[in-house]
Design a protein around this ligand. Structure first.
Ligand code: GDD
Ligand code: MG
Length: 324
């Protein structure tokens, strides 16, 4: 079985950090978003194919420097082709069936269970589903007998939403579905293609575990808390000389003598925290410097950001380029 991973989109809701980095490479709980997403894949996957758009070169370089456990291949798009267009563009040489993954969903999905369900029920595909309160930003499924999907509506108004079960962003498809996608233009898989496939049998696989789309600052930090709580943030490690409870994911090169750390913090390599500073519920990327007695809460700080002595940062996404 091969896996096709959609790695596009401009990450607009995570600007300004995404001006220089695809959102999938933003780290949380110890490693980039994409690497947490792929943790869900079984070990015996034959190849992982990345349909990549925005900043494809940055992704390719990162993958080369931090190899995954499976063979990988990236198929870039000259212009963004949307989810369906990206699938079509990268669709040659996939397995039958293949797994399809969004690259921004942090979740607990039982992938072997999804594969089994598809083998048992047949049809052209099966979608893992998660139950959420607010369905507006997602694709929503109406389930019939045997969990067959009878209707699929992308981003419905609350009145139009047929249920609270949403496309969790990990699915399995027969290879033939790729031929349904028109070539050479941007196509939304969820809006233009999936509804037309339902008559051929698409099943829903309800997943009770945690789930979050990490595409906005608030949800990215929530995803980090979920990962830490589930023990998927690696062993909590306070940098030498610092104090606090954790959980904290800290690179070995972090300097933080005399700093205090609250819960749910990611500290990337080269981060320096001044004496008396405090960091909580935040992501500090490579080389971030927090001055003495400064305080950082619910923030995502891009590479090289410097917070001055005594500074107070709360609820912000900052990149070095965006600072005075
Ligand atoms: N290759 C490629 N090209 N990938 C793309 C493009 C593109 O032009 N546009 C988006 N993607 C990738 C994104 O990186 C993401 O991994 C995935 O396709 C879905 O795009 P998003 O922009 O994140 O969509 P969404 O979050 O609004 O909705 C999707 O995900 C929900 C779950 O998080 C849909 O699949 C919904 O049905 C689903 O519920
Ligand atoms: Mg998304």
């Amino acid at each position: 079985m091969k896996a096709l991973v959609l790695v596009g989109g401009f990450g607009t809701r995570l600007r300004p950090i995404t001006y220089s980095l695809p959102k999938q490479l933003i780290p949380l709980a110890g490693k980039p978003m994409l690497y947490h997403v792929l943790d869900q894949l079984p070990a015996d996957i034959e190849e992982v194919v990345f349909a990549s758009g925005y900043k494809a070169d940055v992704l390719e370089r990162y993958l080369k420097e931090h190899p995954l456990r499976w063979p990988t291949r990236t198929v870039p798009e000259a212009t963004p082709l949307g989810t369906g267009g990206g699938m079509r563009n990268a669709g040659a040489g996939l397995s039958d069936p293949f797994l399809l993954l969004n690259s921004d969903v942090i979740a607990e999905i039982d992938v072997p269970g999804l594969i089994r369900l598809h083998a048992e029920r047949g049809g052209v595909g099966a979608l893992s589903l998660s139950e959420v309160e607010d369905t507006r930003p997602y694709g929503v499924a109406a389930l019939g007998p045997r969990d067959r999907i009878e209707r699929f509506v992308e981003k419905p108004t609350p009145e139009a939403a047929p249920s609270h079960w949403i496309n969790a962003g990990l699915s399995i498809w027969r290879r033939t579905v790729i031929d349904r996608i028109p070539e050479g233009r941007a196509v939304s898989w969820e809006t233009e293609i999936v509804p037309g496939l339902l008559s051929e049998g698409v099943f829903g696989y309800r997943c009770p575990g945690f789930w979050e789309d990490a595409g906005t600052p608030e949800r990215l930090l929530h995803a980090q808390r979920l990962l830490f709580d589930a023990g998927r943030g690696g062993p909590s490690r306070l940098p030498p000389g610092s104090s606090g409870q954790g959980p904290v994911a800290s690179a070995p090169t972090v300097r933080a003598s005399g700093a205090r750390l609250g819960a749910y913090v990611h500290l990337d390599s080269g981060v320096a925290l001044g004496a008396g500073s405090f960091v909580e519920d935040s992501i500090l990327m490579e080389g971030v410097e927090v001055g003495p007695n400064a305080s950082v809460r619910r923030a995502i700080l891009g590479p090289g950001v410097r917070i001055p002595e005594g500074g107070l940062v709360e609820g912000h996404v900052l990149a070095r380029e965006s600072l005075p």
